[in-house]
Design a protein around this ligand. Sequence first.
Ligand SMILES: *Cc1c(COP(=O)(O)O)cnc(C)c1O
Length: 457
Amino acid sequence: MTQRVNFDAEAFEARQFKVYTHRQLDKIEAIQNLPEALRFDMRVVSQVLPFRVNEYVIDELIDWSNIPGDPVFQLTFPQRGMLKPEHFDEVAELIRRDAPTEVLKPVIERVRSELNPHPAGQMDLNLPLLDGEPLRGMQHKYRETVLFFPSQGQVCHSYCTFCFRWAQFVGDKTLKFASSEADALHRYLAEHTEVTDLLMTGGDPMVMKAKHLRLYLEGLMRRELDHVQDIRLGSKSLTFWPYRFVTDPDAEDILTLFRELTDAGKHVAFMAHFNHWREMETPICREAIRRIRASGAEIRTQAPLLNHINANADDWARMWTTQVRLGMIPYYMFVERDTGARHYFEVPLVRAFEIYRETMQQVPGLARTARGPSMSADPGKVEIQGMTEIHGEKVFVLRFIQGRNADWVQRPFFAKYDATATWLNHLEPALGESRFFYENDFDAMKLQKQALIHKAT
Ligand SMILES: *Cc1c(COP(=O)(O)O)cnc(C)c1O
């Protein structure tokens, strides 16, 4: 049953995974020639925000003749503007005078706590309960989809500077959602027949060994989990470590697992995170894409719209058309979330919509499958459908792509036009309404969930 995927690894040389974290920042050869001021900025910012980059990214994805403008450099290396000036100055001062750890650490922790480390109700509202006990390592926000955070997959091959999960990479244990309990996962899913989708996330589930991934996924082929049709793997590995699917020692085991799952009638959706077309230009990345698709898995793509990285329609158009040509399906364009270095990356909602529209206008139909720009906010995923005028009032037209209450989904609603707004909480109801249509309902849900969690803990 387990047909082998064509495996001609000889064509690609295996590569040792070599990674640099903030402690080895100064050892990275490629940055030795950059101006000292720029390197100092990086040192300061990497005290606060997580930094991890591997040699493949440094050698193959970054154009070192275009610093600091290079999009992959911006995507992985700390930049001064990622901290607000007052935060930057405070940490920089301590670094300059070589302050001891006991002085530095509390300052860094305070700065981090001021960066909204856990947005969108991740800590409590999404928490599932099994036998009346909260299940760490899982989130269940939308009826049909459960998020699972396998404990072996809570880092990434490299870190994105804009990552909304940044807080879990800087050692704050209370922010780790990890679970090592395949059994709890399977029991929860068996009890929840409304769940059709399991989304493995992290970190990045593809940093896991194949045998660990198998532990979580093999059990899904049992009869009592027939209702779990779709297995999504949220991953940036095609960008940061495509060798995972080509020359890594267990590359073939991963592809075999995908094949077994698809042969068993599961839909394996590899949710690839790409921010820029440049990430897909290397032969090794293209080979990895080819192999994943040959295993029977589908690849869908998603990315936030980011100032300094991809805030223009031409790059999006080239990214989506490249993806379609390589057999991948564009799925989401996100709005940068309200956490971490968001002030550096955010783009006004008005501009985000214009970029979406200009992109759609210049790509063929097959590349117009991505929804967005979408905000993954507390009540749900809210999409900006456009700006218009109703009886002389300028408004945003919005709708839920996903809602904590399925009844909210796909109902158009309106917010007052605001040229500078960058997130849902900046918006106000339009047309004389005092609250958005979902708000009373959402308040009631929050109270109910808090009572449940309070009872359980
Ligand atoms: C985006 C998201 C999902 C998946 O939503 P789809 O509309 O099915 O893609 C599930 N859970 C959470 C918490 C999400 O943010």
